[in-house]
Write a protein that binds this ligand. Structure first.
Ligand code: GDP
Ligand code: MG
Length: 241
């Protein structure tokens, strides 16, 4: 089951949900411009598709809680800043990311070809623990498809990535992709795969008070998060059982 906009009381962000642990998880999204990266971010965090969404000029950021397996995962997504065509995405963008999503458009062969380059960047610039994810977006435009699902799957298998097809337009596959990533992270945490101490570069931070108190300053503005949550009286959250 998936539910959005979980209502919360003033005193705590997620008062009625018993979670044992809270984690902040940094995601980055890369890929050629216009493949739908920002649309995927908006679809996941706001459950909507904004056709008039202007091309990303500055860094975009969105977050959403996923409650899974007695843990609260605050998914923190960084979206590239329209620098895609210049291949000048800064090193700091890749730093400390737990998940790197590489997106292509199933109608654009070039965008699929370029995944090789994005993957090289990710391998060179992210920690070795980063979960690598391949996403073929715009699968609502089936009649214009150039890249078969099998091609995507094969590339992902050969390169140790997990693969999804999505449509930011109709939402298909988007929540599932984020959920499956969190399931992977959850399993890896329980297996002791990550070094989660203070100076860990894994992109996963242990948080107190359901994500408000001890979120690392360079990941999210704590005050803004708390203020925003107070104002909205609801927090962006979904629960997977
Ligand atoms: P970005 O440059 O990778 O961030 O791409 P955008 O999210 O700005 O999307 C580029 C264009 O593709 C916009 O016109 C979107 O409306 C459109 N778009 C994005 N995702 C989809 C999708 O899943 N299906 C369809 N049909 N159009 C999409
Ligand atoms: Mg964009």
């Amino acid at each position: 089951m998936l539910s959005n906009d979980y209502e919360f009381e003033e005193e705590s962000i997620l008062p009625n949900i018993n979670v044992e642990k809270s984690y902040g998880v940094k995601f980055i999204i890369v890929g050629d411009s216009s493949v739908g990266k920002s649309s995927i971010l908006v679809r996941f965090t706001s459950s909507k598709f904004d056709e008039k969404h202007s091309p990303t000029l500055s860094m975009e950021f969105g977050s959403k809680h996923i409650i899974y397996n007695n843990s609260d995962y605050l998914v923190q997504i960084w979206d590239t800043a329209g620098q895609e065509q210049y291949k000048s995405i800064t090193r700091s963008y890749y730093k400390e990311s737990a998940v790197a999503m590489m997106v292509y458009d199933i109608r654009e062969e070039e965008s699929f070809e370029h995944i090789k380059v994005w993957l090289e960047d990710c391998k060179n610039l992210t920690p070795s623990s980063t979960l690598l994810v391949l996403i073929g977006n715009k699968n609502d435009l089936e009649e214009e498809r150039k890249i078969t699902k099998e091609m995507g799957e094969n590339f992902a298998n050969e390169n140790n990535m997990i693969f999804f097809e999505t449509s930011a337009l109709n939402g298909s596959g988007v929540d599932n992709a984020f959920q499956k990533c969190i399931e992977n992270i959850d399993r890896r945490i329980k297996e002791g795969f990550y070094d989660l101490n203070e100076i860990s570069r894994s992109g996963i931070k242990i948080m107190k008070n359901n994500g408000v108190d001890s979120v690392s300053d360079n990941i999210v503005d704590k005050k803004a998060l708390a203020e925003g949550a107070k104002k909205k009286k609801s927090i962006n959250c979904c629960i997977f059982n």
